[in-house]
Design a protein around this ligand. Structure first.
Ligand code: GLU
Length: 449
């Protein structure tokens, strides 16, 4: 499928622990796979201990509420029938409808989707929007299918999910390997399988739709924009200016691409960037507009003529002030972390840093803006889209930016004051702010019956 808005389809080290990822080192003993959901729970548990969360609440949050797995057939262009497996994991809805993206990627499995769903619960709670957490996906490489095949897969998956999604129940959005076109098809399929009188009222069954089909202005760039708002906030705290910073970016999909463009417009020097085919650098700063035009035209950085090409692992070792992982999970592992020279990591991807790597980086004084804060811009503007669909009143770009900035900066301020109060890491503080919100609501609502 052409022009898909992928975060970044890098060869992932997901599923293997840190030291296993050193390519070519055959002597290394086989490492235990990293279980992503376990890793997510360990992050939550640290914050829960710090705020002395009632273990009963932790027990509730340690399991998704619902796990929907569907197997469905789709007719390929060749005439053959192919079976697909899709997931929708609904982690928690105490704060509002389940919310989170749909990922189309070969590495999608139950463990990954469970972790991603849990992170959504905490992301929404942290930034104070009335959503719970969910995530879904199909185990598929979308690049291997025609647009017509992808359309049939999306529609049949939507039909298989059936009433497990809905505008007041569970609201999918784009993630790795899906985009506004995917959301338009889901909305259309869902509407057409509803009663005729309800069809106009169900636009909000997904967010991240095209503007033409009821999407919000600025939704596509929102995650990258939010990452830049985090960077601006950090600059304010540390009395540095954006134009004094050199930046490295991993991933040139929707998130990395928009972040890189916006950061460059704001004056940052983008020194190095890598995607699944190549890594390029220029110590004086890359010509970002030219790089993005090349990627749009050619699909990746491969053979980009305007910069020096380096090894993919060398991306992490380049001397930059700020590093932005905008790809998949577990990309910053221990061996890569050892080579990193930046002062700040802003996690545009979900779960990009392993716990061992994080410990090493923190010991070295590197600051990490955690994923649930750093990449919350996407779900925040999804919330604005959902509100716009409900009211049929559409906002101007300035209103979106103003509200997005104030939610992200407000959450960032709360995380910093919580970090000081708890003497914790930034990640622990981010989870703690989210847990305070969840605890408050559980305290008031109680446990049914
Ligand atoms: N997939 C995005 C995320 O991981 C956006 C989710 C949404 O807008 O619901 O945050």
């Amino acid at each position: 499928m052409k022009d898909i808005d992928m975060i970044q389809d890098l060869p992932s080290v997901t599923g293997h622990s840190d030291s296993d990822s050193t390519a070519g080192n055959k002597k290394k003993p086989k490492q235990k796979p990293i279980k992503l959901f376990e890793a997510a729970l360990a992050q939550i548990q640290k914050a829960a201990s710090l705020i002395e969360l009632d273990p009963e609440y932790m027990a509730i949050l340690s399991q998704p509420q619902n796990e929907v797995i569907v197997n469905f057939p789709v007719r390929m262009d060749s005439g053959h029938l192919q079976m697909f497996t899709g997931y929708r994991i609904q982690h928690n809805n105490i704060l509002g409808p389940y919310k989170g993206g749909l990922r189309f990627h070969p590495a999608v499995d139950l463990d990954e989707v469970k972790a991603l769903a849990a992170w959504m619960t905490f992301k929404s709670a942290l930034v104070g929007i009335p959503f719970g957490g969910a995530k879904g996906g199909v185990t598929i490489d979308p690049n291997k299918y025609s647009e017509a095949e992808i359309c049939r897969i999306v529609r049949r998956f939507t039909h298989a999910l059936s009433y497990n999604i809905g505008p007041e129940h569970d609201i999918p959005a784009p993630d790795v390997g899906t985009n506004s076109q995917t959301m338009d098809w889901i909305m259309d399929t869902y509407a057409n399988t509803n009663s005729p009188s309800a069809r106009q009222a169900v636009k909000g069954v997904v967010t991240g739709k095209s503007v033409e089909c009821g999407g919000s202005i600025s939704r596509e760039a929102a995650t990258g924009q939010g990452v830049l708002y985090c960077l601006r906030h950090w600059c304010g705290q540390n009395e540095v200016t954006l134009d004094s910073l050199s930046v490295g970016v991993q991933g040139l999909g929707n998130v990395g691409g928009h972040f890189m463009r916006l950061a460059c417009e704001a004056g940052c020097k983008i020194r190095v960037v890598g995607d699944h085919h190549a890594t390029i650098k220029n110590a004086e700063g890359l010509d970002v507009a030219d790089v993005l035009a090349w990627v749009k035209e050619n699909g990746s950085l491969k053979d980009y003529p305007g910069a020096e090409h380096i090894d993919s692992d060398a991306l992490f070792a380049e001397p930059v002030d700020v590093f932005v992982p905008a790809a998949l999970e577990n990309q910053i592992n221990l061996s890569r972390a050892k080579t990193m020279q930046c002062q700040l990591i802003i996690e545009a991807a979900n779960g990009p840093t392993t716990s061992e790597a994080e410990q090493l980086l923190l010991d070295r004084g590197v600051e990490i803006v955690p994923d649930i804060l750093a990449n919350s811009g996407g779900v925040i503007v999804s919330y604005f889209e959902w509100l716009q669909n409900k009211s049929a009143h559409y906002w101007a770009a300035d209103d979106i930016q103003h509200e997005l900035r104030s939610l992200i900066w407000g959450a960032y301020d709360q995380v910093i004051s919580c970090r000081e109060r708890l003497h914790s890491t930034t990640r622990e503080a981010a989870y703690a702010v989210a847990l305070y919100r969840l605890r408050e609501v559980y305290d008031r609502r109680g446990i049914f019956p």
